[in-house]
Design a protein around this ligand. Structure first.
Ligand SMILES: [Zn+2]
Ligand SMILES: [Zn+2]
Length: 436
């Protein structure tokens, strides 16, 4: 396992700072407030190492490659900022942001950009960054190898053979994983039939992951449907490593080296990766649907899940981090329950789907207590309330801290489950539903 992805090694000695990194914009988060301010996250690799590397296989490369995440705060009107030219990629999710070459040295103040060397550690170094000429030539070719481009798409049969076991759904669930996302569809005994993301708090938000959650439910060998390639949506697979050997249904998106290294960990552990075929707009069973999102940028171009409550005809929406307008058929539809996109973060549009008006209506926010984005944002809560989702319908995964706050969304016509999801004993999991 690459040390960057080891969830147990957060206290070890700091590695040396790389002198130069190749960096690729992986995520940006618009912060609350009147100023247009973003926190940018760059996926980084030690430039000297990758230029000289002579690993014989992808797997040994993935074990050893020195990867980092660089966090930078950036105000859109700061025209002198070294990353100002990235603004269209941030604002409009334009594709093909350049690979940057950055010279790194120890930073002076706490205001500086910060470099992280473990996905699960808040420990980071304040760094000074000088931007050099963008990466080109052989180095660029080399970096482009570390993507999903060489992996074939899944066949329809492979997807159907996996999803056919996700049936007789009794309840949907949204688990308390801190600042991140992990949901599931459960069977009549309360065991997981499929996960909808498998994330949790990372880096500066690692402390928001609850200490009392260590065992997820693998009684039914559930697959994992990944909404999109963000660290906080798959990171818990490195906390409960049984997830590494599961079947993963994933969107084909541009990924950085941290994601790519994680993909190699899945492959090494026997995980089966089913990449969503580019022509496929949706897969539907009688009980739920996976829809391909049609927006731009990682958050808005992945997979969303709609659960059909066969008895009542109502629907539950798991949008991942996608805005409602990026999920076909969602605006203009009525839902009995929604997991609010993007942890209750910034919404570029105020439009929200309607609430069905039945007693089971719920609006679930999945975010970590004390997160530095201030999720759930009051403006996002207000948008939902004015669309008819009253405060009494809201549930927060972190609302019962210091206790776990897993939320259950029962389908109609079946009594909700109050017992432990897995059989008691050694295999018992920590996914007991405690809020409805
Ligand atoms: Zn995201
Ligand atoms: Zn997210």
């Amino acid at each position: 396992m690459n040390p960057f992805l080891e969830s147990g090694q957060t206290e070890g000695p700091k590695p040396e700072l790389p002198l130069r990194v190749f960096a690729h914009l992986d995520q940006s988060e618009r912060l609350e407030g009147d100023e247009e301010t973003y926190r940018l996250y760059f996926d980084c690799v030690d430039a000297r190492w990758i230029t000289n590397e002579s690993q014989t296989s992808d797997s040994s490369f993935a074990e050893n490659v020195p990867i980092f995440i660089l966090q930078v705060e950036f105000q859109a009107d700061d025209t002198n900022h070294p990353f100002h030219d990235l603004l269209p990629f941030i604002r409009f999710h334009r594709r093909n942001a350049p690979w940057l070459s950055l010279a790194i040295s120890k930073g002076a103040t706490d205001e500086s950009p910060r470099l992280y060397w473990n996905l699960f550690s808040e420990v980071s170094e304040s760094v000074h960054v000088v931007r050099e000429e963008d990466v080109a030539g052989d180095s660029l070719l080399r970096l482009r190898h570390y993507s999903l481009a060489g992996d074939r798409a899944a066949t329809d049969d492979e997807l159907v053979d996996t999803l056919i076991w996700v049936r007789e759904i009794n309840m949907a669930a949204v688990y308390d994983v801190g600042q991140g996302s992990c949901g599931a569809l459960l069977d009549r005994k309360g065991s997981v039939l499929t996960y909808l993301d498998f994330g949790g708090g990372v880096q500066g938000h690692a402390r928001t992951f609850p200490g009392s959650l260590s065992q997820f439910c693998f009684y039914n060998n559930p697959p994992i449907i990944l909404s999109h390639w963000d660290w906080d949506h798959w990171s818990s697979a490195l906390r409960d490593k049984r997830a590494l050997s599961a079947t993963w249904i994933v969107p084909r998106q541009r990924i950085g080296l941290v994601h790519w290294t994680f993909v190699q960990s899945l492959k090494a552990a026997g995980g089966n990766i089913l990449i969503w075929p580019s022509q496929l707009s949706a897969i539907e069973t009688s009980e739920f649907e996976i829809r391909k999102c049609t927006g731009k940028g990682t958050n808005h171009s992945g997979l969303a899940v709609v659960v059909n409550d066969c008895e009542s005809g109502e629907q539950i929406l798991f949008p991942g981090d996608a805005r409602y307008s990026a999920i076909p058929g969602v605006l203009g539809s009525v839902f009995s329950a929604i997991v609010v996109p993007h942890h209750g973060g910034w919404m570029s549009s105020k439009r929200v789907p309607s609430c069905s008006g039945s007693p089971g209506n719920r609006l679930v926010y999945s975010f970590g207590p004390g997160n530095t984005y201030n999720h759930a944002l009051p403006a996002t809560e207000a948008n939902h309330r004015s669309a008819g989702w009253a405060p009494a319908l809201e549930r927060r995964t972190s609302g019962l801290r210091p206790n776990l706050g897993h939320v259950g969304l029962p389908l109609s016509g079946v009594p909700p489950i109050h017992s432990l999801p897995c059989r008691a004993g050694a295999g018992a999991c920590d996914l007991q539903i405690v809020q409805f």
